[in-house]
Design a protein around this ligand. Structure first.
Ligand SMILES: Nc1ncnc2c1ncn2[C@@H]1O[C@H](COP(=O)(O)OP(=O)(O)OP(=O)(O)O)[C@@H](O)[C@H]1O
Ligand SMILES: [Mg+2]
Length: 248
């Protein structure tokens, strides 16, 4: 059974069908790159999955459970996490404090305080190692570099036990080194976490891609390996139709 399933998902803004009958299915642990020209409906699709936008049609299933009408916080509770372009970290708090807050936002965690504390330490250590923020434990989040702040937000999602992580242009504003490092983090989350990554930077997509889904005008245009979609005439046409503004 797929972990995430979108069935004929649609949302209309006034007369505009921003997402139009989208079917999409993701297995647990897979990383899916979501591409498409400007205005294709990629960000809106993430909004629909995390609950920020209510669909006008179709359904969203996660682990077979119907999420279609659940509010954002309930979806977060079952493990759907969204990383925003402006990180939602607490800038005045340190890295560790941010991670502690993220962890305590997780339900049912206070069953035994001592067990909780030692598990927290273990899990936090793992997460800090993964995002390489182990040397910045007591740095205020507001003083981190741009890339480090993005990784802290990913770390916070991991501390909340997010199982499906949605990311919209996560490498925007990053240096080449930071982008590379972000790719390594995503690659090491494959298998344990399911990810949807909206991205225009094709060299980054090449670093992380498994299956790639291309959207256009709210619908599914193509799906397959990066080579398959790059050689797909319909995909080329969609990007050209964008006036050459598409970045793929
Ligand atoms: N809240 C909204 N109200 C009205 N129209 C919207 C709203 N959100 C998005 N749209 C429109 O829906 C369409 C899809 O937008 P969306 O932001 O999902 O595209 P995108 O694929 O993320 O594009 P980009 O690559 O430029 O980020 C666009 O035409 C956009 O103007
Ligand atoms: Mg977008």
């Amino acid at each position: 059974m797929a972990q995430l399933e979108l069935q004929g998902l649609s949302v209309q803004f006034g007369g505009l069908r921003a997402v139009d009958g989208l079917d999409l299915s993701l297995e647990q642990g897979e990383l899916r790159c979501l591409l498409g020209p400007n205005g294709a409906g990629k960000s809106t699709t993430l909004d629909l999955i995390c609950g920020r936008t209510t669909p006008t049609g179709g359904a969203i299933l996660f682990d077979g459970r119907d999420m279609t009408r659940l509010p954002v916080f309930k979806r977060a509770r079952v493990g759907i996490g969204r990383k925003f372009q402006t990180p939602t970290v607490f800038r005045e708090l340190t890295v560790v404090e941010n991670l502690e807050i993220a962890r305590s936002a997780r339900p049912g965690v206070l069953s035994s305080l001592t067990v909780f504390r030692s598990r927290l330490q273990g899990r936090m250590r793992e997460v800090l190692d993964l995002v390489e923020l182990g040397d910045e434990l007591h740095t205020k989040a507001g003083n981190l570099s741009h890339g480090q702040m993005q990784w802290l937000e990913i770390a916070m999602l991991l501390m909340q036990d997010a199982r499906l992580i949605l990311m919209d242009e996560p490498t925007a504003g990053m240096t080449i080194q930071e982008t590379r490092k972000t790719g390594e983090i995503f690659n090491s989350l494959k298998g344990s976490h399911t990810m949807i990554v909206v991205e225009h930077d094709m060299s980054f997509v090449r670093q992380i891609a498994e299956t790639v889904t291309v959207m256009d005008q709210g619908g599914l245009l193509a799906q397959g390996s990066i080579e398959e979609v790059e050689n797909d005439p319909a995909v080329r046409e969609a990007y050209l139709g964008d006036g050459g503004n598409g970045h793929a």
